[in-house]
Design a protein around this ligand. Structure first.
Ligand code: ADP
Length: 253
C-alpha cells in the first residue's frame, strides 16, 4: 500500500511540475508578443517624432492597443487562477437565470448592433431559477455571448435561451457564426488556445475566456456542451443546478 502510494505521489508531483512548466512557457510566450511590439513601436516613435509626427501618433496608438492587450491578458490570467484554485468566493443562492443572462445580453447589444447581428433573447423563461453564484454566472454568460457575437459575421444571428428541465437549468447560446472544426472542439477549452483560422477575427482575444468559463461551471457543479458545424454555427449549452446541491459549498465570508 505504502509503496503504491509513494509511486502515485511521485507521478502526481511530476505531472504537476510539467503542468507548471507548460503554464509558465505559455504565459511567457503570450506576454512576449505584445511586449516586443511595444518595444518596437516605442523605438520607431522616437525616430518619427521630428520627421513624421503623423506616423508618431499612429505608433503611439499601437502602443496603447498593445498595452490594453497586456492588461486583458493579466486580468484573464488572474481570473483563471481564481477560478482554478477554488478560492473564488462563491456565494451561491437561488437566482433568476434569465435576469442574469439579460444583463449580459445588454452588455453586448451595442457590439451586436455595430455588426448588424440580430441578438435575440426574447424567449427566455423568466421563472427558471438556478442555485449559483451570480457574479460567476454573469462572467460565464458574458464570455459565451461575447464569443458568439465575435465569431459571427455581419448580418448573422445570435439566439440566447434559458429553460428549465427538472433539476437542471439550461442557458444556451446559438450562433450562425464561423463554427468550429470537430478536431478543435476539445481544444478550445484549453487556456491560451485559439483556433488558428479565427485569430484575425478575434483581434484582441486572449484564448482564456473558455477555460475560465469551464472552471467556473465546474465550481458551480454544472456542465458545458458544445455542438458546432464549420461554416454554419455553434451552440454552447450550459447546465446549472436548479436547486441547492452539495456542489457550491465553498461559500465563504
Ligand atoms: P478568445 O479570447 O480567443 O475568444 P476563448 O477561450 O473564449 O478565447 O475561445 C477559444 C477559441 O474558441 C477562440 O479563439 C475561437 O477560435 C473558438 N470559439 C469560441 N467561441 C466560438 C464561437 N461561438 N464560434 C466559433 N468559434 C469559437
Amino acid at each position: 500500500g505504502n509503496l503504491l502510494l509513494a509511486i502515485h505521489d511521485e507521478s502526481e508531483a511530476r505531472r504537476l511540475e510539467s503542468v507548471r512548466r507548460e503554464f509558465i512557457a505559455n504565459v511567457s510566450h503570450e506576454l512576449k508578443t505584445p511586449l516586443a511590439a511595444i518595444k518596437g513601436y516605442a523605438e520607431t516613435v522616437e525616430l518619427a517624432l521630428e520627421d513624421d509626427p503623423d506616423a508618431a501618433v499612429h505608433f503611439m496608438s499601437q502602443i496603447r492597443e498593445q498595452c490594453l492587450r497586456l492588461e486583458r491578458l493579466v486580468a484573464g490570467m488572474m481570473q483563471l487562477a481564481r477560478a482554478q484554485s477554488g478560492q473564488q468566493n462563491l456565494r451561491c443562492a437561488s437566482i433568476s437565470l434569465a435576469e442574469v443572462v439579460t444583463e449580459a445580453v445588454k452588455t453586448y447589444r451595442p457590439v451586436a448592433a455595430a455588426k448588424n447581428i440580430d441578438l435575440q433573447a426574447a424567449k427566455m423563461d423568466p421563472t427558471v431559477r438556478a442555485f449559483v453564484d451570480r457574479e460567476a454566472t454573469l462572467t460565464i454568460a458574458n464570455n459565451l455571448i461575447g464569443n458568439a457575437v465575435r465569431y459571427t459575421h455581419d448580418g448573422g444571428r445570435v439566439v440566447v435561451d434559458v429553460r428549465g428541465e427538472g433539476p437542471v437549468s439550461w442557458f444556451v447560446v446559438d450562433d450562425t457564426g464561423v463554427g468550429i472544426e470537430p478536431e478543435e472542439l476539445n481544444r478550445i477549452f484549453e487556456r491560451f488556445y485559439r483556433v488558428e483560422k479565427t485569430r484575425e477575427v478575434a483581434g484582441g482575444g486572449t484564448g482564456l475566456g473558455l477555460s475560465i468559463v469551464k472552471n467556473l461551471i465546474a465550481a458551480l457543479g454544472g456542465d458545458i456542451r458544445v455542438e458546432s458545424r464549420p461554416g454554419v454555427g455553434s451552440r454552447f449549452a450550459v447546465a446549472l443546478p436548479a436547486e441547492q446541491g452539495y456542489r457550491c459549498e465553498t461559500q465563504r465570508g
